[in-house]
Design a protein around this ligand. Structure first.
Ligand SMILES: *Cc1c(COP(=O)(O)O)cnc(C)c1O
Length: 370
């Protein structure tokens, strides 16, 4: 734990690389892209992306152009796709940094085609058809309109057709097969106009739905970072992060008392408490009040009372005194409580825990390319 920090996040870049290779093994013959949006799911795209490149990844996916620009500077040869679409106002960025837009509606397609016509050579793009998510992508009527007006695709440079699954973490959910069928139908309608295109359907959980869902390009994000893509099974991914908070103070409760803001939690006299230098400003969510759990060299220490902005109180009554002492590091995410377990205790998903990690947390990267 650095002397000037209250909390420390370690990110294991070798675990991310191993997770990438694991996903590739699951989909032999297809290409596995890496989704590194939201700063590599909060873990630092500047470290994560080069590690993935070194592991063999050649296609990277972000949400907005501003995320793609620094990525291009780091990875001059990578293919970089932008999920949230094409905007004429951002067109110079697409050209200058060779970004591949995901075209999510007909207006974007038309704007992109006009822009592309002015380029020395047409740039590639991905066309997104909605297959049931109802978030982004061309609807059935748009697909029909395009099939009837194939000229609207000429010169658009569409090399990949994609869609996105709504329920892939539930393998038995009927929406999976329905979406796959809807995607195949859209492809069949468009292919006369598009010619042969690559296909992309699967996110992390989709990778584990089997070859029918793989297509040519897979788009995992969460699983790279250790989130379980198969919630009903043992996590096939390596854990990537550990989050520690420093114990600032240890106290023995003299008599029955309450702990923290709102006097919301009662503790019996004689119990031992420790105050840890991590709070909701660090991404240790307020919902973990009286629900989270810390570990000290493997000894369990439940969170008691509310989480403050900078502090969390844990009950160390069952932890040996020489282990729970000021300066010791309490595990809040790690080998005893993984990111999915923390998310469940907070009533959220691992994605939100990772992307919500605070700027104040010190970071240490282990492994990675030499
Ligand atoms: C975020 C995102 C992904 C990655 O999803 P994970 O569940 O993190 O693997 C893939 N495709 C699209 C369209 C996304 O928005």
């Amino acid at each position: 734990m650095p002397a000037d920090a209250g909390a420390l996040l370690t990110v294991d870049l070798d675990a991310i690389a191993a997770n990438y290779r694991r996903l590739c093994e699951e989909a032999p013959g297809a290409e596995v892209a890496s989704v590194v949006k939201a700063d590599g799911y909060g873990l630092g795209a500047d470290r994560v992306a080069p590690a993935l490149w070194a592991a063999g990844c050649r296609t990277f996916i972000v949400a907005i152009p501003a995320e793609a620009v620094p990525l291009r500077a780091m990875l001059p040869e990578a293919r970089i796709a932008v999920l949230n679409g094409f905007d004429v106002a951002a067109a110079p960025l697409f050209a200058r940094h060779r970004l591949e837009p995901v075209l999510n509606d007909l207006a974007q397609l038309d704007a992109w085609r006009a822009f592309n016509a002015a380029q020395p050579a047409p740039l590639p793009a991905i066309l997104h058809v909605d297959s049931g998510m109802n978030r982004l992508g061309l609807g059935d009527r748009d697909v029909a309109a395009l099939a009837d007006a194939p000229d609207r695709l000429a010169g658009a440079g569409i090399g990949t057709l994609m869609s996105h699954l709504a329920c892939s973490e539930e393998p038995d959910h009927p929406a999976n097969a329905q979406q796959r069928a809807a995607f195949a139908a859209a492809r069949a309608r468009l292919e006369p106009a598009l010619g042969p295109v690559a296909t992309s359907l699967a996110n992390s959980s989709g990778v584990f739905l089997g070859p029918d869902f793989h297509g040519d390009l897979l788009r995992p994000g969460a699983a790279l970072y250790g989130i379980n893509p198969r919630p009903a099974h043992v996590n096939p991914m390596h854990q990537v992060i550990q989050l520690y908070g420093k114990i600032l103070q240890v106290r023995v409760v003299d008599r029955d008392m309450t702990v923290g803001y709102g006097a919301a939690h009662r503790v019996a006299g004689g119990r031992r408490l420790a105050t840890v230098a991590i709070g909701y400003a660090d991404g240790y969510r307020r919902a973990l009040g009286s629900r989270g759990v810390a570990f000290l060299r493997g000894h369990r220490a439940p969170v008691v009372g509310r989480i403050s902005m900078d502090l969390t109180t844990i009950d160390i009554s069952r932890v040996p005194a020489d282990v729970a002492r000021p300066g010791a590091a309490a595990e809040l995410i790690g080998p005893h409580v993984d990111v999915d377990a923390v998310a469940a205790a907070a009533g959220t998903i691992g994605y939100e825990i990772l992307t919500g990690l605070g700027q104040r947390v010190a970071r240490r990267y282990v492994g990675g390319p030499a």
